[in-house]
Ligand binder design. Structure first.
Ligand code: HEC
Length: 316
């Protein structure tokens, strides 16, 4: 009885077990197949990655070889860049129209000027239309916009009026600047003829030409500006730098040193930003004495000088 029961149980168990083992085998088989497929795939991937890497290496070697080649013409900055299109595959030659659009500079001798002309009267019309809202009908400047006329003989003043007429040494700068950048906010909208006319009108506003004047690319270079000779070549490197770079005197340089003036300069950064510098005579701490230049000497006692936040020693 017990044996029969066991036998039955065994055979039940055995069937179950076999079925599940068979299932398990199938699963394992399937896994094995897909694992093999995966392994094959990754082998292929690895092979193509290796191939890609060697391609990249070859490309890098090419670029390095290209970079090592001597640049055309050595160190000159104005030489054309080496042609590296083969290695980089970037860019294209600029079109003539693109170069022309950039190549707008005008030189003092008139090089770079386009052909054209314009007279004072046409210039006045264009100027009143396009420029006067900021620079005034007569180039005298509206509010704080730049003044373009007048100011002659003020250049040596403390507050010189530097205008096209009084200050600018070359007419080419006027033509170039206006054609390139004005009207403010609408740069590049003026034709060559309009620019000639405007420049003629600005010269007229400065009393540098009569009202029948016409400016053109032909008479441009002949025009001499008021302040052409007002600029000098900076010769400080030759004449002064050697003096400044010599050994400074640090001891007994003057026989007598005398305090003639004191400056107080408070710099305090306000929490709201900006600057809050106060120059003497400003409102200062009560204990801090205030002097001004030319003050009588009695107030320049040792005591005062010691309390000063900074002392300027001026020697005669
Ligand atoms: C909206 C106002 C405005 C208009 C319109 C305008 N400008 Fe100007 N202009 C300026 C300002 C602002 C400057 C100063 C720009 C700077 O310093 O960067 C200037 C500078 C100049 C200067 C140089 C002045 C100097 O001494 O440095 C000239 C020349 C000039 N403008 C001419 C013209 C002409 C010509 C026109 C018309 C075609 C014109 N501007 C229209 C605002 C204007």
């Amino acid at each position: 009885m017990l044996g029969a029961a066991f036998g039955i149980a065994m055979s039940f168990y055995g069937d179950d077990k076999i079925a599940s083992l068979e299932k398990r085998m199938e699963q394992l088989d399937a896994h094995a197949t897909s694992a093999t497929a995966l392994a094959k795939a990754s082998q292929a991937e690895a092979a193509s990655a290796t191939e890609r890497a060697s391609q990249l290496e070859a490309q890098v070697a090419l670029m390095q070889a290209e970079a090592k080649k001597p640049k055309s013409g050595g160190n000159s900055l104005t030489e054309p860049a080496p042609i590296a299109a083969a290695a980089y595959g970037l860019g294209r030659p600029a079109h003539d129209a693109e170069i022309a659009a950039w190549d707008v500079d005008v030189l003092p001798d008139g090089r770079g000027l386009p052909e054209g002309k314009g007279d004072v009267w046409t210039g006045e019309e264009v100027f009143v239309d396009a420029c006067a809202s900021c620079h005034g009908d007569f180039a005298e400047g509206v509010d704080n916009w730049p003044v373009l006329a007048g100011g002659f003989d003020t250049l040596a003043d403390e507050d010189p009026v530097k205008t096209v007429g009084s200050y600018w040494p070359y007419l080419s700068t006027v033509w170039d600047y206006i054609h390139r950048s004005m009207p403010f906010g609408l740069a590049g909208t003026l034709s060559a003829d309009e620019t000639y006319a405007i420049v003629a009108y600005i010269l007229y506003s400065n009393d540098l030409v009569d009202d029948d004047f016409e400016l053109s690319h032909e008479n441009f270079a002949d025009f001499e500006m008021h302040n052409t000779d007002g600029f000098v070549v900076d010769d400080r490197p030759e004449l002064e730098y050697s003096e400044w770079s010599s050994e400074p005197c640090m001891e007994n340089c003057k026989e007598q040193v005398e305090v003639t003036m004191r400056s107080v300069f408070l710099v305090e950064t306000p929490p709201e930003g900006g600057s809050n510098s106060v120059m003497n005579p400003g409102t200062l701490d009560e204990d801090l004495p205030v002097f001004s230049a030319g003050q009588d000497e009695t107030s320049l006692s040792d005591e005062n000088v010691k309390t000063a936040s900074s002392t300027e020693l001026v020697s005669e």
